[in-house]
Design a protein. Sequence first.
Length: 106
Amino acid sequence: MDSGMGQEQQARREALLMSLSELVGSLVEDNQDNAIALVELLRVLERLHRGITEGAFQKALPQNRQELYKLMRVIEEEGGWPHIPKMRLQMLYAHLIDSQEPESGK
């Protein structure tokens, strides 16, 4: 949603988002075998998500129905509400069990 943003400002925002995405991707790649580092990264992303949602986003919410409708339409058209789900302990346990099962044929 552009919200009256000029083309130059929008291009700068898109470039910064791309840089952020590339930085996070590099951190993931550099730590792909380090579960502790990846959990730290996920915690940072979750804190950022919560901080944005509870801070700046709430302050930026529309003040009338028409603007709220536009926002909801853009959210729906561009992929829905962003959400960072947490992995359940059951999934971790299942992964552990699967990785410890003896290979058949030995």
